[in-house]
Design a protein around this ligand. Structure first.
Ligand SMILES: Cc1cc2nc3c(=O)[nH]c(=O)nc-3n(C[C@H](O)[C@H](O)[C@H](O)COP(=O)(O)OP(=O)(O)OC[C@H]3O[C@@H](n4cnc5c(N)ncnc54)[C@H](O)[C@@H]3O)c2cc1C
Length: 393
């Protein structure tokens, strides 16, 4: 159905046969690559392109995109399943979150016919990748502070400014850039989305070194009179915040799927280890000090997954998913960190051994409490919008 229609959300509490089949297929496809492949790609600082192609060939990158543009015609619920399964099989794919996730959904809802023909189809078949450029040095959590500007001159926008912490620019075909094109009466930035060629004259980039073990690199971008064709604008000029939020709620829901994939991966390894490892007369899993934290981890995982499914169902129905996406994102990020931490503890010294492939996911799991939106900004959202409490900032 069209996303502009509002429907009763379909929240499946019991997995359908189709969802089970989708999950099993993606899990076994990814498991054939597995954690060793992921670690090697990270060590070599290259993207897991072989897995990306295999997912594209199977039609999994575009499960949520319209069939007329080569997608699977399903919803975000199915994309969360794909993302969670890749993580559970040891290859969490943050790239899936941005290109098919944020940009695919933005284009489906706001792209012109021509833009959909040109770009959406190629997101679905995996032949084009997009980055998303929102954050700036002086506008992290506060997007209203964006200072990167675009000025319309005839058929072109001229962009000046700086973006910070933008992922995957070295391997993308276009950057979906959020820029300021004006200011409203109350001083807030009027935002616009432009698709920018990463190799356009006047655009330079500088890598940001991080301790993350994941394949995507992050960059600071400098825009010095970068020209962007006006036909590359997505949505109306000055209405970009609304357009961006149609991609940012999916990003939160998909970030939850990344966390839950890592949570399941960790929990699965921990329970196997706890059943086998014996240092006294019984396996360590018989000690409640080991078993209860793992049981608690399972409870946190399940609750966060329900929260994620609710958020995705609301989004798919075209209903307001803001609060539910924030709740899902935070619950899943905390579950991911908890499950991985308990799994590392269960492994004792082996928890940090490369061979056991656990601690190398630590920073990725921990990152989900910071980006794409921080724990504090989620709590701010719920305080203000749900609980109607005054804001401090
Ligand atoms: C690995 C990585 C990849 C990223 N990829 C992208 C990308 O592809 N595209 C993109 O646009 N961005 C990207 N980001 C940026 C990310 O979205 C931001 O880091 C995040 O939104 C937080 O902004 P900030 O880092 O500027 O923190 P700040 O906004 O400076 O916040 C710092 C701290 O203060 C807290 N804080 C700030 N304001 C308040 C408040 N009002 N109340 C309470 N606490 C507050 C925050 O929660 C945080 O803990 C990425 C970041 C990382 C680390």
């Amino acid at each position: 159905m069209s996303v502009t229609q509002q429907a009763e959300p379909v929240l499946r509490l019991v997995m359908t046969e189709e969802e089970r089949a989708l999950r099993e297929t993606v899990f076994s496809l990814t498991a054939a690559f597995g954690p060793a492949y992921y670690e090697k790609a990270n060590r070599e600082k290259r993207s897991p392109v072989e897995l990306w192609s295999a997912l594209a060939d199977g039609g999994f990158l575009g499960v949520h995109l319209p069939e007329e543009y080569g997608g699977g015609g399903m919803g975000l619920q199915e994309l969360t399943a794909v993302l969670e399964e890749t993580g559970a099989a040891g290859v969490p794919l943050l790239g899936l979150l941005v290109s098919p996730g944020i940009i695919g959904t933005i284009l489906s809802r706001h792209g012109t016919q021509e833009q959909k023909d040109k770009w959406l189809r190629r997101i679905a078949d995996g032949s084009m990748k997009f980055s998303f450029g929102l954050t700036e040095p002086n506008a992290g959590s506060n997007s209203h502070n964006l200072e990167t500007t675009a000025v319309r001159q005839g058929d072109t926008y001229v962009v000046n400014g700086q973006k910070y912490y933008i992922s995957g620019v070295d391997e993308c075909d276009l950057i979906c850039l959020v820029v300021r094109t004006g200011r409203s009466a109350n001083g807030r930035g009027e935002l616009t989305l432009l698709m920018v060629d990463p190799n356009a004259p006047g655009l330079t980039r500088q890598p940001i070194e991080t301790v993350l073990e994941e394949p995507e690199k992050q960059f600071t971008l400098f825009f010095d009179n970068v020209e962007v064709p006006a036909e590359n604008r997505v949505g109306e000029e000055g209405k970009g915040l609304r357009v961006a939020f149609d991609g940012l709620n999916p990003e939160r829901i998909l970030s939850a799927a990344v966390s839950l994939g890592v949570a399941r991966y960790a929990l699965d390894k921990a329970t196997k280890y706890a059943r086998d490892r014996k240092v006294w007369s019984t396996p360590i899993g018989a000690h409640q000090a080991i078993a209860h934290p793992l049981a608690e981890a399972k409870v946190k995982y399940d609750l966060a997954r329900f929260a994620m499914q609710r958020a995705a169902a609301l989004y798919d129905a075209g209903l307001d998913a803001g609060e539910a996406s924030n709740i899902a994102k935070l619950a899943a990020a905390e579950a991911g960190v908890f499950c991985l931490d308990r799994a590392i503890q269960t492994h004792g010294g082996n928890g940090v051994a490369r061979e056991y492939q656990l601690a190398n996911y630590w920073f990725l799991a921990r990152l989900q409490l910071i980006a794409p939106v921080s724990r504090e900004m989620i709590l701010n959202f719920i305080s203000e919008h749900t609980l109607n409490l005054p804001r401090s900032y």
